[in-house]
Design a protein around this ligand. Structure first.
Ligand code: GDG
Length: 477
């Protein structure tokens, strides 16, 4: 709905657990905020002409003093961002203990047990978000809520908005898989969470499979009526549920590849690895990314193809993630141990076939690594979409590198015609996939590549944002 107060633009409120900004206190006690680029930020680029934005979320730092809160809010306001302040203990219980230790695993097909106090904190944080957003929203605004940290928010918001006599269309996007109904029902609070989501007008998933799983749960747990392909009737309202391809901004990668420092870095890397096939892996250090399976299969591949030991290198970037959660600390130890063993077993005085980097690399270095790699290996056990594979394709216009992608990454349901897919826990299948990738004929590489390239160029993040919001706008008609 266009708003005459904004020159006919419509107003969009985006809500995510974390604001896409970094806020820092300076030496003089003031606060400075800088916007961090990211998928969600880019996805709004196509909407700027028709829409004004306001972004709500946790600023990522503990601020208790009311005066400091005011200062933080002022620095955020310059970026149209609004802080939802949380105390450290509550934020920890909501983010680490419920969202990341209960919801994240169950959404990725891992069994969990409920932690009652973490659930209470999850509800409390969703309430605080609802209070803050509902008070700031005006009648007719669009509200777009993101991800599993805020599943109760659409329900809490709708109630508050109705009490305040405001009508706002609410959209919800899930960035993870939604599991099959028999799996989801193992969670004791399974009904409350999907009831929360169903208070939205439109719910977006990465793939049709996740959408269908969600609809199945709504039907079997809540007796909601499903009208295929994309409608749910619940408590007298219609809700749209559909898949929306999240995508990246390929131009950003093309532009970075043109930078002089990236061009010279690519040359350097090509020199270092001139007689080798380079395989790149880029993952957050998360068990869903299947890094232990990747290393196991790579070890098996090196055992089977001893002649290739000095002719291939896997460069694995593993970005530290959720380091406060014990499962992630244990995983890091397990992976470091495996890396040490593989190195010890296969390295020669001429080098090692495995380079493991447990840190985040700068964006320019990341693009250079994508550009020099002959193949990209992604072995997720489950993954909502996986954007690394899109990014690799965006950097491979010259080489036509091969994408080797787990069949459990959401992206594989769109890209499987142009890449090698495999079951990540089938070591032999994965080892064979690696071999096939590094020995693929150039004409096959090129035709696969062209197919993938068309897909990522068409399904950009800007298109995702536009499509989701255009359709949500229709819910207000
Ligand atoms: C969740 C879902 C879904 C990684 N290492 C570095 C670095 N990255 C960037 C990549 C990419 C992003 O992080 C990772 O995105 P993914 O989509 O692969 O994975 P998640 O972080 O798990 O994201 C996922 C996504 O949400 C979107 O809905 O696709 O399934 O799990 O952009 O480039 N960036 C830099 N240095 C690194 O070392 N600069």
């Amino acid at each position: 709905m266009a708003d005459p107060r904004n020159g006919g633009k419509r107003n969009l409120i985006i809500v995510s657990n974390r604001l896409p900004l970094s806020v820092k206190q300076t030496d003089d006690g003031t606060y400075q905020s800088s916007i961090s680029s990211g998928g969600l930020v880019t996805s709004l680029s196509g909407l700027t002409k028709s829409t004004t934005f306001k972004w709500f979320g946790w600023p990522g730092l503990q601020v208790d003093d009311p005066q400091d809160r005011e200062k933080v809010s002022k620095s955020l306001a310059a970026h149209n961002a609004v802080a939802v302040f949380l105390d450290q203990k509550l934020a920890n219980q909501h983010y680490n203990c419920f969202s990341n230790q209960i919801l994240w695993p169950i959404l990725h097909y891992q069994t969990v047990t409920l932690n009652e106090s973490a659930w209470e904190s999850y509800k409390k944080v969703n309430e605080l978000f609802a209070e803050s957003v509902a008070d700031a929203a005006s009648d007719g605004d669009l509200i777009w809520v993101h991800d599993y940290h805020l599943m109760l928010l659409p329900g809490l918001l709708r109630k508050r908005l109705e009490e305040q006599g405001k009508f706002c269309a609410i959209g919800f996007s899930l960035h993870t898989p939604f599991p099959a109904k028999d799996f989801w029902r193992a969670l004791p609070v399974r009904k409350e969470l999907i009831e929360g989501i169903l208070a939205s007008d439109q719910v977006g998933f990465h793939t049709d499979e996740y959408k269908q799983n969600f609809m199945d749960s709504c039907h079997s747990l809540l007796e909601a009526t499903i009208e295929p392909p994309d409608k749910i009737r619940w408590k007298g309202r219609w809700i749209i549920a559909d898949s929306f391809i999240v995508g990246i901004d390929p131009q950003k990668f093309e532009d970075t590849l043109q930078k002089p420092e990236v061009i010279s870095r690519i040359k350097e890397l090509e020199e270092v690895y001139k007689d080798k096939k380079v395989i790149i892996g880029v993952d957050r250090l998360d068990y869903i990314k299947g890094l232990t399976l990747k290393l196991k299969a790579y070890d098996a591949f090196l055992d089977e193809h001893k002649e290739l030991k000095n002719k291939v290198v896997l460069i694995q970037v593993a970005v530290p993630s959720r380091e406060d959660v014990k499962e992630y600390q244990d995983l890091e130890t397990e992976i470091s141990t495996m890396v040490g063993k593989i190195d010890g077993k296969h390295a020669t005085p001429d080098g090692s076939p495995l380079v493991y980097m447990h840190r985040s690399v700068p964006f320019t270095e990341l693009t250079a690594l994508y550009a020099v790699a002959d193949a990209c290996l992604l072995t997720s056990m489950r993954d909502g979409m996986n954007l690394v594979c899109f990014e690799y394709v965006a950097c491979q216009a010259k080489k036509h590198g091969v994408l080797v992608l787990s069949e459990f990454a959401g992206a594989s349901s769109f890209m499987n015609g142009g890449c090698i897919t495999f079951h990540p826990a089938n070591t032999k299948e994965l080892s064979d996939a690696i071999y096939r990738a590094i020995t693929m004929r150039p004409d096959e590489r090129e035709s696969n590549y062209n197919q993938l390239r068309r897909f990522i160029d068409k399904n950009t993040s800007a298109r995702w944002g536009e499509t989701f919001i255009e359709r949500l706008t229709k819910c207000t008609a």
